[in-house]
Design a protein around this ligand. Structure first.
Ligand SMILES: Cc1cc2nc3c(=O)[nH]c(=O)nc-3n(C[C@H](O)[C@H](O)[C@H](O)COP(=O)(O)OP(=O)(O)OC[C@H]3O[C@@H](n4cnc5c(N)ncnc54)[C@H](O)[C@@H]3O)c2cc1C
Length: 235
């Protein structure tokens, strides 16, 4: 029996497996389709910054820890697998093409109060960074610490890293039922067989809510839309 069974082989499930095995925990990941081909493939790979010591919400604390870990994780993945996930920190722009010129002021204040470097930019300054953009923007700012990663390459590296560390990866296997004993989920059912583990993690992305409904839990997973983008034009 594995120590940990992870439901969902997106970036979250694979990252959990990769990290657990570093601590000597054995893991199996069950994926209903192909590994990493849902949100984790579609994502733009923008990695917004954060400061752990000034994070004031659970989301900003998580983002800040993530920001701190990206360089070392990427280097470690590259060392183990030989795959470069394309991680780099070139900064990112937030822009508005129309609307009032102070439209982004609240966001700028919010980044600064969270201890994150944030520079308001004129249209001309934006065009120096991204010459293909129009200069007549209504508002813009730069987050110099914004990072970016190539999602498909990162997934490829995580898959290779998990395999190198002995994670069992089983694709094409949807978990249909969580079986409880008392207040613990002890087994999961798939159309072909059942799986047990000491610990079970649900990392099913947008499907997690439906799966967890079987346990009476409703985590309220919602999408978030951003209009920022990483700078590609300067090196
Ligand atoms: C268009 C788009 C752009 C985005 N851009 C960014 C960005 O720039 N920066 C950023 O940080 N985030 C971005 N995101 C968000 C980011 O991609 C997601 O937060 C992240 O990929 C979620 O990873 P995940 O592993 O939780 O989910 P997923 O990648 O969806 O993985 C969940 C996996 O679980 C599997 N699964 C579900 N239910 C079961 C089951 N019952 N049995 C077995 N397997 C199951 C699914 O098949 C899936 O492969 C973007 C998302 C989208 C859609």
């Amino acid at each position: 029996m594995h120590d940990c069974l992870i439901i969902g082989g997106g970036v979250i499930g694979l990252s959990i497996a990769w990290e657990l095995t570093r601590h000597g925990v054995t893991a199996v990941v069950l994926e209903q389709g192909e590994f990493g081909r849902e949100s984790s493939w579609a994502g733009a790979g923008m990695l917004p910054p954060g400061r752990v010591d000034s994070a004031r919400t659970p989301e900003s604390l998580l983002r800040s820890h993530s920001h701190a870990l990206w360089p070392t994780w990427s280097a470690e993945l590259r060392e183990v697998t030989g795959i470069d996930n394309g991680f780099q920190r070139r900064g990112g722009l937030e822009i508005r093409m129309e609307g009032p010129s102070d439209e982004l002021d609240d966001e700028i204040r919010s980044w600064l109060s969270a201890g994150v470097e944030c520079q308001p930019l004129s249209g001309e300054a934006v065009r120096e960074l991204e010459p293909e953009l129009r200069a007549d923007l209504s508002a813009a700012y730069l987050l110099p610490e914004m990072g970016q990663v190539r999602n498909p390459r990162h997934i490829k590296a995580l898959l290779a890293g998990c395999l190198a560390r002995g994670v069992t990866l089983i694709g094409g296997t949807p978990v249909t039922q969580l079986i409880r004993e008392g207040n613990r989920v002890v087994r999961v059912e798939t159309p072909s067989e059942s799986f047990c583990a000491k610990e079970i993690v649900v990392a099913g992305g947008a499907w997690s809510e439906r799966l967890l409904a079987q346990t009476g839990s409703a985590p309220w997973i919602r999408s978030y839309c951003s209009t920022s983008f990483p700078i590609r034009g300067v090196g």
